[in-house]
Design a protein around this ligand. Structure first.
Ligand SMILES: [Zn+2]
Ligand SMILES: [Zn+2]
Length: 239
């Protein structure tokens, strides 16, 4: 007779593990915990940081993008109660209207997490209000793009409009940025953001326009104790 009463609140009901349904739900939750979520978004290209690398954005619209990123990361960071089986996870994300999306801004975002699942054969539904902070910064690719940063100088000798145009178009399709183009008496000097890509481009010019490519390097600094080189890639058209 005694075990007909809930051990917690004393009501007389059908019991699950000696608890009434209400008390069972209070004592057991679908969610074990939520890992800390750090949200970092590039103010320029809208990529976001996840597992130490920059991921493609979900949308070009900042608000839509933030909402998707937050839901995505929330779903990833959920740690379920090992006894529970989750059936549905939904996140409703609210971005404050006063939000600014520039480098250095810190945004308050509220997420309402709804989880449906079962523990044993008990259906459960839970919701959580999760305040989050979204930080805006500039990703490493955009940093290079926006400054005078360059790793390679591509020289084109002699001046040739066709080659210059080809180089500009090529850069648009790759993660390769032109920080400046200098018109010299004997040709063009094009300052490029990535050495490896610049080298590929030099070899491509050689095949496409029939010429010679030579490369030289100069130390210009140290990073993590290692010398960093700047390369000069010279392309000379055959006459
Ligand atoms: Zn109870
Ligand atoms: Zn970026």
């Amino acid at each position: 007779m005694r075990n007909k009463f809930c051990v917690k609140c004393g009501t007389e009901k059908n019991l699950v593990n000696e608890l009434c349904l209400n008390c069972f739900k209070e004592e057991n939750s679908l969610l074990k915990n939520l890992k800390e979520i750090k949200i970092l978004i590039c103010d320029n290209c809208k990529k976001y940081m996840n597992k130490n690398s920059w991921r493609e954005p979900f949308s070009n619209d900042h608000i839509k993008n933030i909402k998707k990123i937050v839901s995505h990361l929330l779903e990833e960071k959920i740690v379920a109660n090992p006894k529970a089986k989750l059936k549905e996870v939904n996140a409703d994300v609210n971005v404050h209207e006063s939000a600014k999306f520039t480098n250095g801004s810190l945004l308050n975002v509220e997420a309402e997490l709804n989880i449906v699942g079962v523990i044993g054969d008990i259906e459960m539904e839970e919701s959580y209000n999760i305040p989050l902070k979204v930080r805006f910064s500039t990703c490493n690719i955009c940093k290079k793009k926006g400054s005078n940063y360059y790793e390679a100088k591509l020289q084109i000798r002699p001046k040739n409009e066709k080659v210059l145009k080809f180089v500009k178009n090529y850069c648009k399709t790759k993660n390769l940025f032109i920080s400046k183009v200098i018109e010299e008496k004997y040709g063009y000097d094009i300052y490029l953001s990535e050495q490896k890509e610049a080298r590929n481009l030099g070899n491509l010019l050689k095949r496409k326009f029939n010429g010679e490519v030579t490369e030289s390097k100069k130390i210009f600094g140290k990073r993590d104790g290692q010398d960093i080189f700047r390369a000069t890639i010279a392309f000379r058209l055959e006459e």
